[in-house]
Design a protein around this ligand. Structure first.
Ligand code: GAR
Length: 193
């Protein structure tokens, strides 16, 4: 009997390179899940193009068209439940998750962040760490709670940098690390659900 493939949704707001890395890992047989929906809060973002290229359905919304966060999150949560989504992977989704999604997908929402949390939460984390002068950079994958990059940590990886390393070179390494680690951790978490 064929085993049922668990379904996930990815949320993004921008470039979508982590979304692409997840889809590539699936296509290469390294991640046993199906991405049934990409959710974006910016209909023009590049992640949407990537979804089209992989024939993945997109739900694009603009918060200004809804009376509240509860209203758009209810629509999203209904859609995710209809599609039997087990896990949500935030991948550059630049919006706090609210009470509706948190309660309906309790402990089933992951986020990736390009710094060693709890250091450098929020926007432009790599630049923040670079400007601070840290010598160990890294990434964090964590469960999502109501705060900004504050949920329970699931995995972290790091590397040393030299003073001569440029911000661009460090960003490239960070993103490569993200693209490697996120599919692995998604598989580990989905196996526990
Ligand atoms: C990634 O570096 C991700 O870690 C970061 O946004 C980028 C999205 O890139 N997320 C955060 O900063 C969350 N606080 P992508 O759109 O190319 O995947």
């Amino acid at each position: 009997m064929k085993q049922k493939t668990d379904k996930i949704a990815v949320f993004a707001s921008g470039n979508g390179s982590n979304f692409e890395a997840i889809v590539t890992a699936i296509e290469q047989g390294n991640l046993q899940v199906e991405v049934v929906l990409l959710v974006v809060d910016k209909p023009q973002c590049y992640a949407v193009e990537r979804a089209k290229n992989h024939h993945i359905e997109v739900f694009a919304f603009q918060s200004k068209n809804y009376p509240s966060k509860e209203a758009y999150e209810t629509e999203i949560a209904d859609l995710l439940e209809q599609k039997d989504v087990k896990l949500i992977a935030l991948a550059g989704y630049m919006r706090l998750i609210g009470s509706v999604l948190l309660s309906r997908f309790s402990k089933r929402i992951l986020n990736i962040h390009p710094a060693l949390l709890p250091a450098f939460p929020g926007l432009h984390a790599i630049e923040q760490a670079y400007n601070y002068g840290v010598k160990i950079f890294g990434i964090t994958i964590h469960y999502v709670d109501a705060g900004m990059d504050t949920g329970e940590i699931v995995a972290q990886e790091c590397f040393h940098v030299e003073t001569s390393d440029s911000l661009e070179a460090i960003e490239t390494r960070i993103h490569a690390l993200e693209h490697k680690l996120y599919p692995i951790v998604i598989q580990q978490i989905i196996n526990t659900l």
